[in-house]
Design a protein around this ligand. Structure first.
Ligand code: M6R
Length: 600
């Protein structure tokens, strides 16, 4: 995620903002910048490392804002880095999140304002410029502008001629820090925890005016008091948002990550999605097949997507482990769409496979988390999954975001190819918008998963079974567990058990079965019986509507239709996490593994 920092006080503003930016470095970023106010506004920003950013010493500056950017709109360039300013250069804005309706504003403001970036954020600065033209107070101007914005955002604004910083929060966190002679702002406590632990967390809809000695917060027309708290986190805990590991933090970020993947792309009523793709209706209808190439967790997201695409876009799909891929196209390779699914966008095996396909003349599409990555630079089209940086080596939130994004690609292709009606598309999109809430319910059930994990942590080996959409989830559950707990774990389609793996099943091998909607649960139940009769304990992840759960432990997924298996996967992530934690493993950096595998 991007990071925000702000400071108002008598201290050395430029040094404090520079330190706060460094503190936010752990979140991952591709560019950074600051705006410092000492009567005039000085903005310094650039792509690349914070250490390379020149932040001038400005002894008279008493107010500043800073930002670390993880690109979502526009490449990681100097121009796209935050802060963004209005035409006069007197208003500076930093922003986390996504403004869904920025393009409409950009068109509207186009003739009278000069835009210098490709970002959604810049429209905020220009809208505030217009709002200030009538001598408005900065807080009132921000309030007027925020009322027009759709999407998720946390923003901080400072402007020449106006005291302090105005901050606004909608679906993206912001926290204020207090000392006796200064006020701080951060997207999380890490930004300023070395200066103060006295904090106020803003809530959705809050607009705060921060001065050196005072903070006033309004929500709608009401002046509100938010509780001032003292956090006892040290810098390390603060980086992890109070979680013990990045992996657990990232598991808990999934509702937000999925919302970001959907944000601004979906018209549920019309059954339409807008992914900014250059795939014309004519091309979509001329498609012979889709080949998905990926590794590890991304490969399993690809398997999930293949089911979706075959069902709803009426297209033949094959999914390939990238390291094994050879392009076998037809006489017109361009009619094969090769989709590279990769969180990092830098995985060597995936890039090598992609180059083989592109070299043979196939059309290419990347589904990635990383703007400006090698994969994004080499393909014909890119769709970003918008998860924000993932630091734990074990991929978690990016799986949910990849599947969500690939489901949007499915709806796009399905509509272009007339494989689904707009009503059917609306139903799929409604199912997708239910995913964040359903994941949250699973996260709320974490104590029960921890207990289950503690009960079974000493198993000799773990098996995961599931059919249809449950199959990639079973594979992903097994990968997660082996990766971080070092236990032997395997995933199978339920029907394969009797063809060999059943020989391994004993009372000491817990079996996790995925039996939600979309998994042919009735058939998997037969396999559950097979392992139960060999004495294996069974953890059943079922739809909450399942009338007869018959398991040693039942974990229920809210009934949301075809996306239930993605939600079920969150149980498997939590299970893996708590088994590994129980064993004291190095969860965020498992032995022998790297986050981004840049060697073949
Ligand atoms: O960055 P990518 O999505 O291309 O990475 C692919 C795999 O290396 C990755 O998913 C790996 O399997 C994870 N460690 C799984 O948790």
């Amino acid at each position: 995620m991007c990071g925000i920092t702000g400071y108002i006080g008598d201290g050395d503003c430029s040094t404090i903002i520079a330190r706060s930016l460094k503190n936010l470095e752990y979140r991952g970023y591709d560019s950074a910048g600051v705006a410092l106010l000492d009567g005039t506004l000085e903005v310094h920003k650039q792509s690349g490392q914070i250490d390379d950013l020149t932040i001038p010493s400005m002894p008279n500056a008493t107010c500043g804002i800073g930002h670390t950017r993880w690109s979502t709109h526009g490449a990681p360039t100097d121009a796209n880095a935050h802060p963004h300013t209005d035409c006069s250069g007197d208003v500076a804005v930093v922003h986390n999140g996504i403004i869904d309706n920025y393009e409409a504003f950009k068109r509207e403001l186009g003739d009278d304002h000069e835009f210098t970036s490709e970002t959604d954020t810049e429209v905020i600065a220009h809208l505030i410029e217009d709002a200030l033209a009538d001598d408005a107070d900065l807080r009132d101007a921000v309030e007027d502008v925020v009322a027009m914005l759709e999407g998720s955002f946390a923003i901080a604004v400072t402007a020449v001629g106006h005291e302090g910083i105005v901050a606004a929060r909608q679906d993206s966190p912001l926290v204020i820090g207090h000392t006796d002679d200064a006020t701080f702002l951060g997207s999380d406590v890490t930004a300023f925890v070395e200066y103060t632990r006295r904090v106020t967390f803003l809530e959705d809809g809050d607009i705060a005016r921060l001065t050196e000695s005072d903070v006033t917060i309004t929500n709608g027309d009401t002046l509100v008091e938010r509780e001032r708290q003292t956090v006892d986190w040290d810098a390390d805990a603060a980086e992890k948002g109070g979680y013990e590991h990045y992996m657990r933090k990232e598991i808990h970020e999934q509702p937000h990550a999925v919302r970001q993947a959907l944000s601004g792309r979906v018209d549920e009523l019309a059954g339409a999605v807008d992914l900014d793709l250059s795939l014309s209706r004519e091309y979509c209808n001329s498609l012979d097949e889709i080949q998905i190439i990926a590794c590890g967790t991304s490969y399993y997201a690809g398997l999930y997507a293949a089911e979706l695409l075959e069902r709803h876009a009426d297209v033949r799909v094959s999914v390939h482990v990238a390291s094994e891929y050879e392009f076998r196209g037809n006489r017109d390779p361009w009619r094969t769409l090769v989709v590279a699914v990769t969180q990092s966008g830098e995985t060597a095996d995936t890039l090598r496979a992609l180059r083989k396909a592109a070299g043979a003349g196939a059309r290419t599409l990347a589904v990635t988390n990383t703007v400006g990555s090698t994969v994004a630079r080499e393909v014909d089209d890119t769709v970003y999954i918008r998860s924000g940086p993932e630091i734990g080596v074990a991929a978690t939130k990016t799986f949910a975001s990849q599947v969500t994004t690939l489901a949007l690609v499915t709806v796009y292709l399905g509509r272009q190819r007339n494989a689904i009606s707009s009503n059917e598309a609306s139903t799929i999109l409604r199912g997708l918008s239910a995913v964040p809430g359903a994941i949250q319910q699973v996260l709320d059930a974490e104590p029960a998963v921890r207990e289950t994990a503690e009960e079974y942590a000493d198993g000799d080996a773990f098996f995961f079974i599931g059919r249809r959409f449950g199959h990639p989830v079973a594979l992903e559950g097994a990968l997660k567990l082996k990766e971080i707990s070092y236990d032997h774990a395997e995933g199978f389609p339920g029907g394969e058990l009797k063809h060999g793996p059943l020989a391994l099943v004993t009372e000491q091998t817990p079996v996790v079965a995925v039996l939600t909607e979309g998994t042919n649960a009735d058939e998997t139940l037969h396999n559950v019986k097979e392992v139960e009769s060999r004495g294996a304990p069974v953890i059943g992840v079922t739809s909450e509507t399942d009338p007869n759960p018959v398991f040693d432990t039942a974990l229920e997924v809210p009934a949301i239709g075809l996306m239930e298996p993605v939600v079920a996967n969150v149980y498997l992530q939590l299970f893996a996490y708590h088994v590994a934690n129980q064993k004291g493993r190095s969860i965020d950096k498992p032995r022998n593994l790297a986050k981004s595998v840049t060697v073949e």
